[in-house]
Ligand binder design. Structure first.
Ligand SMILES: Cc1cc2nc3c(=O)[nH]c(=O)nc-3n(C[C@H](O)[C@H](O)[C@H](O)COP(=O)(O)O)c2cc1C
Length: 339
């Protein structure tokens, strides 16, 4: 499977695993780290279609696509076909491989404007927005990311996907939760399968993939064309190489704590280099990432607390070294016990 290529409206993507869009998390530094470890496809943080039309100052920062991140989509959210079409035309200047429309975001600020997952309640409008985007995008494919439905009483992803396909969407990504679930419970894989059975465009399955086993499971259970990973990549860009190895039938050895800390520092360096802010302010952005790289290890709770105090790269280096020492001292203690 690792060598299989899928085609989204003419854009070729390796059938391994893609990085999900994540506002305030999957910024350029994050995408570049995931790409380095094998993410097959990346998506920008969501950008407001209306904001772009009124030349929001963050537009360029959010829409810029660098060659290292490709194939990459710029994701837009909005509830008005005209604004969506206008925004698509503006975004085309940034030369994205794909334009993705967010119809899955559950947060009140977005659904309050009728955008995001609110569109799961209005399939006709969702189709109009998609049609307007497709027309404006010309030869650039338009995809849509949806949820399983608005609530457990209105699970309509398959019906929605069919309407979006008819409006010209080149692929559908499905997060197997309803809007009402937010991120609670488990993603429902049966609804992703239902969407796959309902359309002939590629379907991207998403929800709760945290390692190679859960990735292979979603491929097997849903028949989806590509798997997309969000939170499972927190502090763990290695997940993409782990999956690629598993799909290729190759043994995979998890990175050592030394490698994890080295990659963490490279990630922090990248955040600082790409930020327009000074080191101390940019370190605020880096703190949560540093904490995620330490997750699940011995003593990580205490270290994560210290990550949230970091205000310089040098401090991060010192913390990483202490973290390595702690892990190694623990291993040595266990060896002493055994011998
Ligand atoms: C912090 C955060 C930000 C997110 N931002 C976006 C976004 O901008 N656009 C979008 O379509 N989905 C967004 N999502 C949803 C994810 O793309 C994904 O659908 C969801 O996290 C389920 O996948 P996972 O279980 O692999 O994390 C976000 C999720 C998280 C946790």
């Amino acid at each position: 499977m690792a060598d299989t290529i899928i085609n989204i409206g003419g854009v070729e993507i390796r059938k391994t695993a893609a990085l999900a869009p994540m506002a305030s998390v999957a910024d350029r530094a994050y995408r570049l780290m995931c790409k380095r470890f094998g993410a097959a496809y990346t998506v920008s943080e969501m950008v407001s279609a209306k904001g772009i039309c009124y030349s929001d100052r963050k537009t360029a920062e959010l829409c810029t696509v660098t060659d290292e991140e490709r194939p990459m989509a710029v994701q837009l959210f909005g509830s008005e076909p005209d604004f969506m079409a206008e925004a698509v035309k503006i975004v085309l200047d940034y030369n994205p491989d794909i334009i993705d429309i967010n119809m899955g975001c559950p947060v009140p600020k977005v659904i309050g404007t009728g955008a995001g997952s609110a569109l799961m309640k209005d399939i006709k409008l969702a189709a109009e927005i998609t049609g307007a985007a497709v027309k404006a995008a010309g030869s650039v494919p338009v995809t849509v990311k949806i949820r399983s439905g608005w609530s457990s009483e209105t699970v309509n992803a398959a019906e929605m996907a069919k309407a979006l396909e008819a409006s010209g969407a080149s692929a559908i990504a499905v997060h197997g939760r309803t809007r009402d679930q937010f991120y609670s419970g488990r993603a429902d894989l049966s609804i992703i399968r239902k969407v796959k059975e309902s359309v002939s465009i590629p379907v991207i399955g998403n929800g709760d993939v945290v390692d190679a086993d859960s990735c292979i499971n979603i491929y097997n259970e849903t028949g989806c064309d590509l798997v997309m990973i969000g939170r499972g990549s927190y502090g763990n860009p290695f997940i993409f190489e782990e999956i690629e190895a598993a799909l290729g039938g190759i043994d995979y050895k998890s990175p050592t704590v030394e490698t994890r800390m080295k990659v963490m520092l490279e990630h922090i360096r990248l955040i600082l280099d790409l930020s327009l802010k000074n080191e101390e302010l940019a370190m605020h952005e880096a703190r949560k990432h540093a904490a995620w790289y330490m997750n699940g290890f011995y003593g990580s709770a205490k270290f994560r607390g210290r990550c949230y105090q970091l205000s310089s790269y040098i401090e991060a280096e010192t913390l990483a070294n202490e973290f390595i020492q702690l892990q190694n001292s623990r291993i040595n203690k266990n060896i002493d016990k055994i011998s």
